[in-house]
Design a protein around this ligand. Structure first.
Ligand SMILES: *Cc1c(COP(=O)(O)O)cnc(C)c1O
Length: 353
């Protein structure tokens, strides 16, 4: 069945107010947003409306009990000026996995995709074209009952808004292996992009900042002996410029789309990629022997975030210079090239609109 979306255009575009040369990350929003509500067991009134505040009750169930999930992806423009989404269906599927874990309704993939495509097409002029930039797209779902009892909400909203973002080449970061706090453990919701997982990470990352680190490497909740992920990125370790390792998906870490993209591209190139448990002690051994040639986080925002320093039990281990990172440089160039249509997309990851 065809999905019909009601569109109310903004009477006055704000695009002339956006300085595309200097965009502050996450603070500028495009003209429109998509919204669909879940009422009485069905998704109703899909609409695209001007971006702006929404009205909510103080008793809004999402605020009190945390049934709130999100996604993040990017849209680009190819040389012909066409809008391109990168692996959007994977985001739709992951949102539904998060929804299921949080006792929330799933959203039909066709409805998600139709809202997404029409919104990005309508706000296409907001896709920046400067090298490294993109339109960041944020789908999210939250519980909307105005009821203070603890039970799964009966009503929900699903929305999408967009932010133009500039190139995000952060300088290589300093990370600390965390041995006290835990992000997720067996049976919890680490694999879900659920708001609460980020709420509990704020204090630990703030404390790491006070110690001079940019981010935390989480370890497992049972023994703190195995690394999991870092901030909103999955982790990769390269030993002797040959062997690539990344923690396996054990239910505690997010199944990153950039992670999966990196694994495929590395396998295409003939690298051995091992997805397995990685012990902190192994990483420290590689560092001490000078064998850790590359180490980085992968995620939609940065694509590749190189790690310069690993801190563990008060000692800092320094990694090779950013320019010498063969694998992370290859991955960044290839992924951004595919996303913007400059490199051939043999996996059919890009979806032109
Ligand atoms: C979003 C996210 C990632 C990266 O996922 P991508 O699909 O590559 O953007 C990794 N870890 C966490 C905790 C995340 O929230």
């Amino acid at each position: 069945m065809a999905i019909s979306i009601k569109i109310i255009r903004t009477p006055q575009s704000r695009i002339h107010l956006c300085d595309f040369e200097n965009i502050e990350f996450g603070k500028i929003f495009s003209d429109h947003m998509f919204r669909v509500d879940y009422v009485d067991g069905s998704w109703i009134n899909p609409s695209i409306i001007p971006y702006g505040p929404i009205s909510i009750a103080p008793s809004l169930s999402a605020i009190h009990y945390g049934q709130s999930i999100f996604e993040g992806m990017k849209a680009f423009k190819n040389e012909a000026g066409q809008a391109m989404l990168f692996r959007p269906i994977e985001n739709a599927r992951r949102l539904n996995l998060s929804a299921k874990r949080m006792g929330m309704p799933e959203i039909p993939e066709e409805l998600y995709m139709e809202g997404l495509k029409q919104l990005v097409q309508l706000d296409k002029d907001w896709i920046p074209t400067k090298d490294g930039s993109a339109l960041y797209v944020r789908p999210f779902m939250f519980a909307t009952d105005d009821y203070v009892g603890v039970r799964p909400s009966l009503n929900y909203s699903f929305m999408i808004f967009c932010c133009p973002v500039n190139s995000y080449y952060p300088k290589p970061i300093r990370v600390k292996i965390e041995e006290s706090y835990v992000r997720a453990s067996t049976g919890m919701a680490g694999f879900a992009k659920a708001a609460g997982n980020y709420g509990i990470s704020m204090l630990p990352s703030h404390e790491a900042k006070l110690e001079g680190y940019d981010q935390i490497i989480w370890t497992d909740g049972h023994s703190h002996e195995y690394v999991e992920e870092s901030g909103t990125t999955n982790l990769f370790f390269v030993v002797d410029d040959k062997l690539v390792l990344t923690p396996k998906l054990d239910g505690n870490i997010l199944n990153g789309i950039t992670r999966d993209t990196c694994i495929s591209l590395l396998k295409d190139k003939g690298y051995t990629v091992e997805e397995r448990k990685i012990a902190v002690s192994e990483i420290i051994d590689w560092c001490q022997a000078g064998r850790l040639s590359d180490c980085f986080g992968t995620g939609t925002a940065a694509i590749i975030a190189k790690i310069a320093t690993i801190g563990f039990q008060g000692k800092n281990y320094e990694l090779p210079e950013a320019s010498e990172r063969v694998i992370s440089n290859f991955l960044y160039k290839t992924i951004y090239g595919i996303q913007t249509g400059k490199i051939e997309d043999i996996h059919n990851w890009s979806m032109p609109l």
